[in-house]
Structure formats: structure tokens, C-alpha cells
Design a protein around this ligand. Structure first.
Ligand code: COA
Length: 268
């Protein structure tokens, strides 16, 4: 049985013969190994293009910005998994990455899509604040949170935001999506009733869209970066395990509110 129209699998990413491995049109061993940074290689893999100097600076900065933020849920899930399955590093990394979603860690893509919508609504000469407010109101009508705004710890602006915006400015990157991100911050109080501030998951898509990084690849940035951070935590977990301490802390104040069979807990 065949599903869909395509019958021949095609790719533009890589091929090889006995002597040469070709990646995105380049000879891996002659042109890339020892000659390109991993950040530039990631850009080439994802877009098929070598990055501009500004794209290199911005992409590198975003990867550094989101790789590590302490014992956040993704790290806890990962370390508990390794404690329970010490022979499954890959499983522990996967456990941490699985939660890279719209609430914590993975909101960048959603914020990027919102910025693109505001960009299109405003058009070339339109008022960014008015376009932002209109899009935000649609989100509120749909009952959706505004992606990339608000943070449980960084109630004033997330410090990573200004650091990323500075990198983008200093390397001469475009500023259109940074301006859109700041317009959202200006009007978010009018749409939500709360003066929520930019967090890193809005700054990442803003600076990346300004260097032409594709919106479809935005979620890959926190996934790639956090994979590096998780491997650091997992190597520490192998040296000094806290996975079961995390699990102990999670259950120690647990309150069971369901029913119990007669006689439960009354040992005599
Ligand atoms: N859009 C709309 N309302 C938001 C909001 C957002 N982005 N962030 C917080 N709020 C509102 C909440 O609904 C809540 O309202 P209430 O008091 O009327 O119930 C209030 O602000 C406090 O929210 P709370 O969830 O307690 O704040 P928090 O600071 O613990 O939440 C997040 C942090 C990240 C979960 C939240 O800000 C959020 O969902 N942001 C969007 C997703 C995002 O950017 N994630 C990446 C984080 S780095």
C-alpha cells in the first residue's frame, strides 16, 4: 500500500561515495572539518546556506543563552531518568528534551510565529504597536497565553533579553523583529491586564528572524542548546547522583486526596 503522491525519497542534505561525504554541497572532510564552527555547521545543515557574520554571532549567542538555567523541569526529568536507568544516557537526554514545549523552554517557535503575524499585519509602514495589540487581543479571545512574555523568576526583563539584543545590535543584524518584540512588551498590559516582560523565548526568535533564520527551525535552537546543557548535568549525575533526591523532594509533601479501601493505613 502506498500513502501520498511521492514515490521516490529525495533529499538535498547529504550523500556519499566510497571516498567522499558530501553535506549541503560541501566535502565534509576537505571543506568543513576543522574549518567551520559547530554553530556555522548547524546553520548550514538547517538552511543549506553558510551564515553571514551577523547570523553566526546571533545564532551562537542564542545557543549559549538557552543551554543552561539550573534545575529546571527538563533537567530534573533528565537526572531522575539517569538515576533510574544509569545505562541509558540517550534516554535521559530524551526525557529532558521531551518537555521542550510551549510553557517552558520551547516557546520560541510560538513567539516567532506571533512576531511574523504582527509583521504581516503592520506591513512595511504600519504602526507596530497597533498591529501588536490587534494580534494580542486575538490571542486573549482564543484564551492563549502570549508566548515569550512573563517569567516565574525574572519578573523584570529576563537578563538574557538585553544581552541578546546587544549582540544583535553590535553585529549589525536587522532590528525589525526586535522592534516588534518590544512593541508587544509595550502593549501587553492593554491586552492582558498584566505588564509582562520579555523573556528569553521571545528574544531568541526576534534576533534570529532578524538574520533570516527560518521560523520552522526556531524550536530546534532550544532543543539543540538544552541537549548540551543536559549532557553536562548527566555527567555530573554520574559523578554525584541527585536524581533520587529530586524524586524524594517531589514526593515528600505529597498529599493523596483519593479514596482508600477500608482498613488502609490501620495496621494492627
Ligand atoms: N500571557 C498571558 N498571561 C500571562 C502570561 C502570558 N505570557 N504569563 C503570565 N500570565 C498571567 C497568568 O495567567 C496569571 O494570571 P492570573 O494571576 O490572573 O491567574 C499571572 O499572569 C501570573 O502567571 P503565573 O503563571 O503564575 O506566572 P509565572 O510567572 O509563574 O508563569 C510562565 C511563568 C512562563 C509559565 C508564563 O509567564 C507563561 O506561560 N509565559 C508564556 C510562555 C513562555 O514564554 N514560556 C517561556 C518561559 S522562559
Amino acid at each position: 500500500m502506498k500513502i501520498g503522491k511521492e514515490t521516490v525519497p529525495r533529499t538535498r542534505i547529504s550523500t556519499s561515495d566510497e571516498d567522499t561525504i558530501v553535506v549541503r554541497g560541501q566535502d565534509l572532510c576537505a571543506d568543513l572539518i576543522g574549518k567551520t564552527s559547530f554553530t556555522d555547521y548547524f546553520h548550514l545543515l538547517v538552511t543549506g546556506q553558510r551564515p553571514t557574520p551577523a547570523a553566526t554571532a546571533v545564532l551562537d549567542a542564542t545557543l549559549v543563552a538557552i543551554a543552561e538555567h539550573g534545575l529546571v523541569p527538563s533537567v530534573q526529568a533528565s537526572r531522575m531518568t539517569l538515576a533510574a536507568a544509569p545505562d541509558a544516557l540517550q534516554g535521559a537526554v530524551a526525557a529532558g528534551i521531551l518537555g521542550c514545549g510551549s510553557v517552558i523552554l520551547g516557546a520560541s517557535e510560538n513567539a516567532g510565529r506571533m512576531f511574523v503575524e504582527i509583521d504581516q499585519k503592520a506591513g512595511a509602514d504600519g504602526d507596530l504597536d497597533a498591529a501588536a495589540l490587534a494580534v494580542l487581543k486575538d490571542y486573549r479571545v482564543a484564551g492563549k497565553p502570549i508566548p515569550g512574555y512573563g517569567h516565574p523568576l525574572h519578573k523584570a526583563r529576563d537578563p538574557r533579553v538585553d544581552a541578546l539584543f546587544r549582540v544583535a545590535r553590535d553585529c549589525g543584524a536587522g532590528q525589525r523583529f526586535v522592534a516588534i518584540a518590544e512593541a508587544v512588551e509595550r502593549v501587553i498590559g492593554d491586552a492582558t491586564g498584566k505588564a509582562l516582560k520579555l523573556n528569553v523565548s521571545a528574544a531568541i526568535p526576534a534576533v534570529l528572524l532578524d538574520v533570516g533564520f527560518p521560523v520552522t527551525a526556531l524550536r530546534g535552537v532550544p532543543i539543540l542548546a538544552r541537549t548540551a546543557g543536559l549532557i553536562g548535568h548527566l555527567v555530573e549525575e554520574m559523578q554525584h547522583s541527585i536524581g533520587f533526591a529530586l524524586s524524594y523532594q517531589a514526593t515528600r509533601e505529597l498529599v493523596y486526596e483519593g479514596e482508600v479501601p477500608e482498613g488502609f493505613g490501620k495496621k494492627n
